[in-house]
Design a protein around this ligand. Structure first.
Ligand code: SF4
Length: 353
């Protein structure tokens, strides 16, 4: 499909949606544990972190119990770019990455000498699943004139095929720079983030047809209805959301940028269109402000993932303890793939806007 006016091409691929559905069907229900068990798990994890010279690096979308424990024990709660930077610079020999699989892979690629453990290896991402490396490589081969820019939410093998990796916090700057160099871009996998980047930079993007199942379900109509009840609320939107939602935002940004915006904006109420896990750190940043979850209901919403990433939700204190006790779920990346992926990751890490 080609949008002539906006110079965007999206390559539609229905088999990838089926792939994502198949993965979603395997996500188990989240277990609820009582406070005594929570305290017991926290104590055991703290002891093991010291014993094994390990540190927890957690994404904003994980369980607040994990985020709190990471902070309490000298670890980090961050977006994927900052997670990578922290793991790269920290002295701990073992990194426990609570998030989804590509985050563990990124940590291993950047710090191959460290042991990188994850609470579960089953936590993936619809963007990663929807962009299989072999199909992506074939797509790139068809467009050798384009610079390949991939989002961090991809497998190591897809990163290895790319010229650049970007996160949502740095995508605009990198694409703007490449556009200024006269480069045409092949972008993957998130078509909504790609459309936002294209609109902001005017760059020539050929896009893979991928999406995040969480952000895709936010609805502009629902947000506008909520605004009627809270007319003074600011609307904060992650750019993985559909264009109609991005268009009504007061601020569009990555998770870290949205937390900072909540701090800076004068409004006392915020309607937040991203995974609810972010509320833990956002509320810490603005304890006196009211945070409202952006609605996901309406036509097309399945409510399989209403502002809650099912894969992020697979991380728990129980499986975090288990991976530390057993040294299990260690991330390994093929050395050749790792070297190539590291090159495109380091371009992002070293990029100065
Ligand atoms: S929230 Fe979306 S982009 Fe993030 S891990 Fe889940 S499916 Fe992937």
């Amino acid at each position: 499909m080609v949008d002539q006016q906006r110079n965007i091409q999206v390559v539609e691929n229905h088999s990838q949606r089926e792939l994502v559905e198949a993965y979603l069907n395997q996500v188990p229900a989240e277990a609820v544990i009582d406070s005594a068990r929570v305290a017991e798990l926290q104590a055991q994890i703290k002891a093991l972190l010291i014993e094994k010279n390990a540190v927890i690096i957690a994404h904003y979308y994980t369980d607040p119990l994990i985020q709190a424990l990471a902070e309490e024990t000298g670890g980090k709660v961050a977006d994927s770019l900052e997670m990578a930077r922290f793991g790269n610079s920290h002295s701990a020999q073992t990194l426990v990455v609570a998030g989804v699989k590509f985050m563990g892979e990124t940590a291993k690629i950047l710090t191959p000498d460290k042991l990188v453990l994850m609470p579960t290896l089953d936590a993936t991402c619809s963007l990663d699943v929807g962009c299989p490396a072999d199909e992506f490589a074939a797509f790139c081969d068809q467009h050798p004139d384009r610079t390949v820019v991939v989002y961090a939410n991809t497998s190591a093998a897809v990163k290895a095929r790319a010229d650049w990796v970007v996160t949502s916090s740095i995508a605009l700057q990198v694409v703007d720079y490449l556009d200024s160099q006269g480069e045409k871009i092949l972008w993957a996998p998130d078509k909504y983030l790609g459309a936002y980047v294209q609109k902001q930079t005017g760059a020539d993007l050929l896009m893979w047809d991928g999406s995040c199942i969480v952000h895709e379900e936010f609805k502009a109509k629902g947000i506008l209805n909520l605004k009627k009840v809270h007319p003074h609320a600011a609307v904060l939107v992650h750019p993985e959301s559909p264009e109609s939602v991005v268009d009504i935002a007061d601020v569009v940004g990555s998770t870290s940028q949205l937390i900072e915006a909540a701090r800076q904006l004068p409004q006392q109420e915020m309607i937040v269109a991203t995974d609810q896990g972010i509320f833990y750190k956002m509320q810490q940043a603005v304890p006196d402000k009211t945070l409202l979850v952006a609605p996901t209901g309406g036509s097309g919403a399945t409510c399989r993932s209403c502002a809650n990433c099912p894969w992020m939700g697979m991380n728990s204190l129980e499986n975090l303890l288990q991976c530390l006790q057993q040294g299990s779920n260690a991330i390994e990346v093929d050395s050749e793939v790792s070297l190539l992926a590291k090159r495109s990751l380091e371009r992002m890490m070293n990029f100065k806007a």
